[in-house]
Design a protein around this ligand. Structure first.
Ligand code: GDP
Ligand code: ZN
Length: 315
């Protein structure tokens, strides 16, 4: 994930374009076609004008109607950020745009993968978004398991991240979850089987209606669930569900960016003796000193070193 240095999108300072152009939000991205929602909430099946760069869910656009429920997207409005993932060819591909929050979902089963959570927190930070860490399937946790996760969570809370327990099965923790989702655009990430679809169903009980409405407008039928989709939640937020996040990988990141991706490093960055310090075994390193004094978690620092090693092997 990264912020978008894209120059092909229109700048805020540009003159208004064609007065017939309308604004819209990309709510489903089928690749060649996009489903747009206009400010009145009506859906339009659109294609991009030639030469326009790849659009993603969450993009705000200007478009021209060409027929009933149809149009051509003319301009992609400036993005706050773009979440990217590595595709099968190790190329960065945009996944979603204009995101406020990355919901990192984990669960008792499959076993909690703390390194994966750390990778997602780094990705969220590097895209200028806030991570929210959710452990689902809380109904399966024994008292011991729960207190182990609580102590892990306290590490994240010390950094300033919000953590939550939910059970999609027993419908617990959902109200707290909704509070964290309202008035924001979020994207849900996490390994397969942790209960992403189950949580979405809890948040959006009318999902079948919503999916039906989207597929009717798209004319593509109900079996196009593989498209990235933005849902409006009854609690007021927007939630992007993307099959692309199932194999989500952090792209190549420089050591400096990687350090910035660890929020608890921020107070120490710039205080190392060498300005190109990689915080490994360099003398006068402010980060390793903070790890030794217990101000930075040894486990999180271990994730940093592991990620740095992965990045160097990507050269
Ligand atoms: P996804 O792959 O992340 O979308 O996960 P799913 O929503 O498909 O859920 C995977 C499995 O976990 C299914 O069998 C669900 O019934 C089950 N599951 C989901 N949420 C919970 C929960 O809160 N508690 C328990 N015990 N099982 C759950
Ligand atoms: Zn250092």
């Amino acid at each position: 994930m990264s912020t978008d240095p894209d120059h092909s999108t229109r700048k805020d300072t540009d003159k208004p374009t064609n007065p017939d152009q309308r604004t819209g939000l990309v709510v489903v991205n089928y690749g060649k076609q996009q489903l747009l929602e206009d400010p009145a909430g009506d859906l339009h099946r659109c294609v991009a004008r030639r030469g326009l760069e790849q659009m993603v869910c969450g993009d705000r656009v200007e478009w021209l109607p060409t027929g009933r429920g149809e149009g051509v997207i003319e301009v992609i409005l400036p993005r706050h950020n773009v979440l990217q993932r590595l595709d099968g060819n190790s190329k960065q591909r945009p996944l979603a745009a204009n995101i406020d929050q990355v919901i990192i979902e984990a669960a008792a089963e499959p076993a909690l993968d703390t390194f994966l959570i750390d990778k997602y927190t780094v990705a969220a930070e590097l895209a200028n978004t806030v991570p929210l860490i959710v452990t689902n399937k809380s109904d399966l946790l024994s008292t011991e398991q729960r207190s182990r996760i609580e102590s892990l969570f306290s590490e994240y809370r010390d950094i300033g991240y919000t953590t939550l327990f939910t059970s999609a099965l027993e419908n617990t923790g959902i109200r707290e979850f909704e509070e964290q989702l309202s008035n924001k655009t979020s994207i849900l990430v996490g390994q397969s089987g942790v209960g992403k679809s189950s949580l979405i169903k809890r948040l959006l009980p009318e999902i079948d209606i919503e999916t039906g409405k989207l597929s009717a407008a798209s004319g593509l039928g109900k079996h196009t669930t593989t498209a990235t989709t933005l849902y409006h939640l009854p609690c007021g937020g927007k939630l992007i569900d993307s099959p692309g996040v199932r194999d989500f990988k952090l792209g190549k990141t420089s050591p400096v960016d990687l350090g910035n991706g660890f929020r608890e490093f921020h107070d120490y960055l710039g205080r190392c003796k060498f300005n190109n310090c990689r915080h490994l075994s360099e003398p006068g390193c402010a980060i390793t000193a903070a790890v030794e004094s217990g101000e930075i978690s040894t486990r999180r620092y271990g994730s940093y070193r592991q990620l740095l090693a992965i990045m160097s092997s990507m050269d």
